[in-house]
Design a protein around this ligand. Structure first.
Ligand SMILES: [Zn+2]
Length: 309
């Protein structure tokens, strides 16, 4: 996660206060009278990226992206390729738990610029999930994770199931509960929180801001997007569910919330824009399906290569 300017950003903000016509050049802020505030290359790049993000607004308002444009961009060869790569990358980042394989969701914000631009925002809990998997049978290590990274642990364990288990484990063992039963309880708890954590994509403001200043944006702004990744079956990757009630709630409150749902031979694209400012209603969501033999072969080969999941 990039640092957001820090002290330098604060000084730049103080400098521009009260000045008229402040603009951004390659390496400085310059005011209307020609006075300059030199910027480090890092902050200049962040400000340029932020400007490119907010600069999408006029073009978006002048010609709001239509459903037909979104589908045409997503189902074009380049659009399909970018969606396939996101599924491939999240499959590579899969987590193996005591009860199976979990592929995490990916997401971010999208723009239309000739094609579909899926800007990814790293989800705030993704970094800690592999560590929880690694420590899955090690209660002491799990407790240490809770102490060292309380915010992330709380985000993946919002109901405190794992926290409760860790707090009560010693007492259970002292009272004579068998070690096997306690271990099984831990397996079930870990599996539950991992499935919940990977089944959701949290848009937190800090990650969003980091993505805004670390990426270059162009074209017209579409809105949020996230994936519903494949499930591992015996013979290959199988499809996921459509938009969830929380997905629809986000669209009602925030506007567009594109959902890309994996299928073994393609993906379904759900356009949730019609829900903006209205009520959650799956019947109003626009759904289009992309299917191809190329996709089926691509993901079957990927599954077969990682046989023994
Ligand atoms: Zn979803």
């Amino acid at each position: 996660m990039p640092k957001l300017g820090g002290d330098e950003a604060a000084r730049a903000l103080a400098w521009q206060k009260g000045r008229a016509g402040v603009g951004l050049t390659d390496a400085a802020l310059v005011d209307g009278a020609g006075e300059a505030f030199p910027l480090s290359p890092a902050l200049a790049a962040e400000l340029r990226n932020a400007r490119s993000y907010f600069g999408m607004t006029p073009a978006t308002q002048a010609a709001p992206p239509t459903h037909a444009e979104i589908v045409a961009a997503a189902f074009s060869p380049a659009g399909v390729e970018s969606v396939a790569r996101i599924f491939e990358r999240t499959i590579a980042a899969r987590l193996t738990t005591a009860t199976g394989v979990i592929v995490p969701e990916a997401g971010g914000e999208a723009a239309l610029d000739g094609g579909l631009r899926l800007h990814e925002i790293p989800e705030m809990t993704r970094a800690i999930l592999p560590e929880v998997v690694h420590a899955a049978r090690d209660p002491d290590e799990l407790s240490r994770l809770y102490e060292a990274r309380p915010e992330e642990m709380k985000a993946i364990d919002p109901d405190g199931l794992l926290a409760n288990f860790l707090a009560r484990r010693s007492a259970w063992l002292e009272k004579g509960t068998s070690a096997e039963r306690v271990e099984r309880a831990l397996d079930v708890t870990i599996d539950g929180i991992l499935r919940n954590a990977t089944d959701s994509y949290i848009f937190d403001p800090q990650s969003q801001l980091s993505a805004i200043v670390s990426q270059n944006w162009s074209g017209r702004y579409l809105g949020r997007w996230h994936t519903h990744p494949p499930h591992a079956a015996a013979q290959g990757w199988t499809s996921a569910d459509g938009p969830s009630p929380p997905d629809m709630d986000i669209a009602v409150q925030e506007g567009q919330n594109l959902v890309f749902v994996f299928y073994s031979d393609g993906f379904d694209l759900y356009d949730l824009a019609p829900l903006a400012g209205a009520k959650p209603d799956l019947a109003k969501v626009l759904k289009d399906s992309y299917r191809s033999d190329d996709w089926r072969r691509r993901f079957q080969d990927l599954f077969d290569e990682s046989a023994g999941l």
